[in-house]
Design a protein around this ligand. Structure first.
Ligand code: HEM
Ligand code: HEM
Length: 192
């Protein structure tokens, strides 16, 4: 009988959430980056929801926090992508093909989100003709010029992606918690 504690030997083809009996974990740097990015994404969402009415002081402050949290997400995510491309996930035991595929798709979508969403945010400011303000520094920056015809599109894109990822993040977290509390396997321990 196959020993469930053994990896199946292919480190790259087995990026999935279902890992019964595995004793393998992401390394400390990957775990630190995963949870730091998670916290910063929570701060970005919280800040934008607390922002208050247009023109208020509260709005400037919370948008400033939103920008900083989002830019830090981008910076850390690029480092994390670099880590991922050079390391790969720790080995896991095989699970159903559908679950493996779903977990893999979610992971790719989450990587795309943490890199692209902050960039869409920067573009949202810039296409409307506003440089991105860096709260607390008195500095601001632009990467593209104003573009009135693209402005509504870019803003809608940043908003829509923000809305969709409440659900993607929620499903990803629910899957992890399901493994931990219902299936009682070691999937969650891979990332803590
Ligand atoms: C992980 C990173 C980020 C997430 C999850 C995120 C998410 C969101 C969400 C959910 C909204 C609210 C949309 C709405 O309901 O109106 C929003 C608005 C916005 N975000 Fe982000 N964002 C991120 C990063 C950034 C960055 C880095 C910037 C700029 C540098 C930025 C600039 C904006 C702007 C300008 C708005 C429109 C605010 C307004 O309506 O006044 N975002 N973002
Ligand atoms: C903003 C929120 C989050 C983002 C962007 C995110 C992103 C990711 C990504 C991209 C991976 C794949 C890692 C890789 O193979 O390199 C991953 C793995 C993982 N995440 Fe998250 N995550 C988030 C929140 C959470 C939460 C809230 C939980 C737990 C409740 C969680 C638990 C896990 C676990 C257990 C793994 C390892 C899965 C495996 O063994 O392959 N994540 N996450």
């Amino acid at each position: 009988m196959k020993d469930l504690a053994q990896p199946n030997g292919d480190h790259h083809a087995v990026d999935m959430l279902h890992a019964p009996g595995t004793r393998f974990r992401y390394d400390r740097l990957a775990i630190l980056m995963h949870w730091a990015i998670f916290l910063l994404v929570v701060v970005a969402y919280a800040a934008v929801n607390l922002r208050g009415p247009k023109g208020s002081e509260s709005r400037d402050f919370w948008m400033g926090i939103h920008v900083w949290a989002g830019l830090l997400v981008l910076g850390l995510s690029l480092l994390r992508l670099g880590w991922r491309l050079t390391h790969g996930p720790p080995p896991v035991d095989s699970s159903s093909i559908v679950m493996t595929w779903l977990a893999k798709a979610a992971h790719i979508a989450l990587y795309a989100f943490i890199i692209l969403q902050p960039i869409f945010g920067v573009l949202t400011f810039n296409v409307e003709g506003n440089p991105v303000p860096l709260l607390g520094t008195g500095m601001s920056f632009s990467i593209v010029g104003a573009n009135a015809s693209l402005a509504p599109l870019v803003e809608d894109l940043h908003e829509a992606v923000g809305e969709i990822f409440y659900y993607v993040i929620g499903l990803h977290a629910a899957a992890a918690l399901w493994h931990h509390y219902v299936l009682r396997d070691d999937t969650m321990r891979r990332m803590i």
